[in-house]
Design a protein around this ligand. Sequence first.
Ligand SMILES: Cc1ncc(COP(=O)(O)O)c(C=O)c1O
Length: 392
Amino acid sequence: MSKLDWINDELDGLREAGLFNEIRTIESPMGAWVTIDGRSVLNFCANNYLGLANHPRLRQATKEAIDTYGVGPGAVRTIAGTMAVHIELEERLAAFKKAEACITFQSGFTANLAVIPALVGKQDVIFSDELNHASIIDGCRLSRAKVVRYAHSNVDDLRRVIGETETNGRRLIITDGVFSMDGDIAPLDKLCEAAEEHDIMIMVDDAHGEGVLGDGGRGIVDHFKLHGRIDVEVGTLSKAFGVMGGLVAGKREIIEWLRQRGRPFLFSSAATVPDAAACLESVNMLEESTELVDKLWSNSAFFKKGMQALGFDTGETTTPILPVMLGEASLAQKFSRRLFEEGVFAMSIKFPTVPRGKARIRVMNSAAHSQSDLEMALDTFARVGRELGVIN
Ligand SMILES: Cc1ncc(COP(=O)(O)O)c(C=O)c1O
């Protein structure tokens, strides 16, 4: 017996349950098409909504920034000082999002780990949507606040739990902006009204709305025109922005507080120079033109209409995330495997990421896809769907 036998037992258990993550190796840049095992396949897995992950302008901006600043930030920003490129990015993001101020983090995940424990602690209460992302759940746990869940996007249930929860401490409502497995948008306007009625802080994690929703991709707060009314807007630079990083935009005092008390800011080094410079170029591009955001939405509408016409169940989505509902995990897995054999890379999503019996293929639309890419994908879905008896 070795002290690590339990890990091998657990790994075997995952394999037997069909829950072991097999990760494919990408041998090319991230784009509409990627090379896997030497084959070029059409990519519907990435959150590369605007196709910026390998954009020539981001590549060029990165090279120039490296020539000016080098690569690494040296240490945490409060100790080693902060590079001008990070400050410029934060100022530009705040202006883009029409927020008072902005702070960036190494990722969206760490942004949530920073902001939630900085706002609430042991004496306090968090009202959290039952389908919130894992990084929100972990941020809530780290805060040690009491977490009260409300039914998904249900404002009446939120009001009920607020009414039933007594506390003398601070209160915080947290929701995802776009829910990543179904593609539905949180009713942020109504959640905001409930927060204002009870004078409760409100935070949205807009990872899948950043660069997607709102005017020119300004995010969910812009989508609902709630500027100045949402206390904290968390976002990621790892999806539509095409790079890596997290951001928090909001009231000036909250951002200043995060510079003083956000633990991933205080105890982990800043994002690298290439990350910051590439994100800055993404902001430039989004401010110059809405072309990519418009293309993302027209691609998404075309593909959704095509899939529905074929007879697929595409759930409740109102965003570029398209769930193709299949039911059993084994069917979803088989569907994904057959798509891949036919040249389309689209992942199956199953329990525990989604409830049992609600397995699906999740299609991530992108502005990078051409019309012929989308037509090829529709043909392939139709062929595989008929072969597996999902559609007629
Ligand atoms: C809602 C939500 N928050 C945060 C994250 C984490 O973002 P990042 O990849 O930048 O760490 C994700 C990524 O999947 C997400 O969907």
